[in-house]
Design a protein around this ligand. Structure first.
Ligand code: AMP
Ligand code: MG
Length: 491
């Protein structure tokens, strides 16, 4: 019996979509962690995955039967400038697996060696970015955000050369697919309409099965992607998540969040917050994320023009009309989420000032994004002291007049206070992958081969909503000396 049962649909597409490429074996692979629930979901025995045989597969030393390893090709706008040739330069798609519900997932090895798309790169990944992606992508999943996931991580026993010599690692990443806006751009730029047609069909069947058979498949796809991305980016905003590198090659047609390079969750709120060391102009600042998503979706729409209508002007009009729906769809998703965070059934026009004033005070007072909303949930009902985070975080006095307005507004909302509070707790986590905790976990692993802080943090982040005072140190904002202001791609 095969330990992993593959069914590789992307590798059955024409060869112009990828290059067959086996992972490059590493010297001395050693397991870091296996994601048991995810392995089980995918029909992979966790004990096998953690065994030397499983570790050899994740490290790329053993290509399992049924795998058909490929590196996929794509292009993309990076910080606004078009790069016609990108591709999996340090990742290899081993193949696809079906989960217990028949849903298809890519199984990709990140850091598995050079490919034809590596250009100058070494195709490897240091340990730090692997642990970071494991922590943050799994936290995002627990927070209910559509995201790629981490199945397992291993060290390679080799060093990678960056500014210094760093331990190498490989991440087994799982995604509904890795088809990016940049994948469409690659073929659109070459005028390869046949390839675009194949991609539209592939992505529709895979991610939007209810839209298969639509009169206008390209339009149905575009509308589906816009809808999903509007919801995903709204969730980012509602959690204070800053992606950091929203290039079109980092935006998936499935609507899942991908690329956890320079991402960060904000501690203290500011709409202009940027963490990525390479984002000099703040293009991907917190407040710009919805606008950038809109821009990226316009790039996707552009690639579909030859398929939208035989008449160019009408095709353009259809594309424009679809793209124009993004801001309202985003706002609607954001309003729904913000209503939940504030304990309201829905936001009305009169609540706009209430929301805007809250964010303004939060920015002025440097309020912690996560704990401010969590504290509002505490304050919404007096019954549940066990969950109270008062000892960890108290709101500043400058918020008192706002709190009084909010309480008046709550009184006008018909919800029962206990169920409202439960809803608010479910909308505002107490544990997020704070930058200083992620940094501490990486440092311990890198400098002392101590994986305990990493493992503990993964475990805490799997239950982001329920507060336990014993875990207070994971909830706390960073002390002044711990604050992380910058993140690095570190690939
Ligand atoms: P990313 O940072 O994942 O958005 O990567 C942008 C592009 O650079 C992609 O085409 C990657 O495959 C490539 N790339 C990034 N890091 C490496 C590396 N260490 N080796 C080879 N290619 C890389
Ligand atoms: Mg990327």
């Amino acid at each position: 019996m095969n330990a992993i049962v593959f069914d590789n649909s992307y590798a059955r597409l024409p060869e112009k979509f990828y290059t067959r490429q086996r992972p490059d074996p590493v010297k001395a692979p050693s397991g870091i962690r296996v994601n048991r629930p995810l392995a089980q979901q995918l029909g992979i025995e966790p004990r096998w995955l953690a065994s030397p045989e499983g570790v050899a597969v994740v490290a790329g030393n053993q290509v399992p039967a049924g795998a058909d390893p490929i590196a996929t090709v794509y292009a993309g706008h990076q910080f606004g400038s078009y790069n016609p040739q990108l591709g999996d330069g340090r990742a290899i798609l081993l193949g696809e697996v079906l989960d217990q519900q028949g849903r298809r997932f890519d199984l990709q090895l990140k850091g598995a060696g050079r490919t034809p798309y590596s250009r100058g790169g070494d195709g490897r990944s240091p340990l730090g970015p692997v642990l970071r992606e494991y922590l943050v992508s799994e936290a995002m999943h627990a927070l209910g955000v559509p995201t790629t996931r981490a199945l397992a991580a291993v060290t390679t026993g080799e060093r990678v050369v960056r500014e210094e010599l760093l331990p190498g690692a490989v991440l087994a990443r799982v995604a509904r697919s890795h088809v990016r806006i940049g994948t469409f751009q690659f073929f659109a730029a070459r005028g390869d309409v046949d390839a675009l047609q194949v991609l539209v069909e592939h992505v529709l069947a895979r991610h939007y099965p209810d839209r298969v058979g639509a009169d206008n498949p390209a339009l149905a796809l575009l509308q589906g992607v816009i809808e999903r991305q509007a919801r995903t980016v709204a969730q980012w905003q509602l959690l204070g998540f800053i992606h950091g590198v929203m290039n079109t090659d980092n935006m998936l047609l499935s609507g899942e969040t991908i690329d956890y390079g320079p991402c960060a969750f904000m501690d203290d709120f500011h709409p202009d917050r940027v963490f990525s060391s390479i984002d000099q102009g703040g293009r991907y600042a917190y407040r710009n994320q919805p606008g950038i998503a809109h821009w990226n979706l316009a790039c996707l729409a552009q690639t579909l023009i030859p398929l939208l209508h035989e008449d160019g002007a009408q095709a353009l009009a259809l594309a424009q009309e679809a793209v124009d729906t993004f801001p309202a769809q985003f706002q609607q998703a954001h309003n729904r989420g913000m209503a939940r965070k504030l304990g309201l059934g829905e936001l009305t026009g009169q609540d706009t000032a209430l929301v805007e004033d809250l964010f303004q005070i939060m920015a002025e007072q440097r309020c912690d994004f996560t704990l401010t909303f969590r504290r509002l949930a505490d304050l919404s009902h007096s019954g549940a002291a066990a969950n109270d985070i008062r000892a960890v975080h108290e709101l500043p006095d400058a918020l008192l007049p706002w709190l009084a307005r909010w309480r008046v507004r709550l009184a006008a909302d018909p919800a029962d206070t206990a169920s409202r509070q439960a809803d608010m707790y479910a909308a505002s986590p107490v544990f997020i992958p704070r930058n200083h905790l992620v940094a501490q976990a990486i440092d311990a692993a890198q400098d002392r081969c101590d994986y305990a802080p990493f493992n503990e943090l993964v475990d805490v982040l799997a239950r982001p909503w329920s507060y336990d005072p014993k875990l207070a140190r994971y909830a706390r904002p960073p002390a002044p000396g711990e604050v992380v202001r910058q993140t690095f791609c570190g690939t």
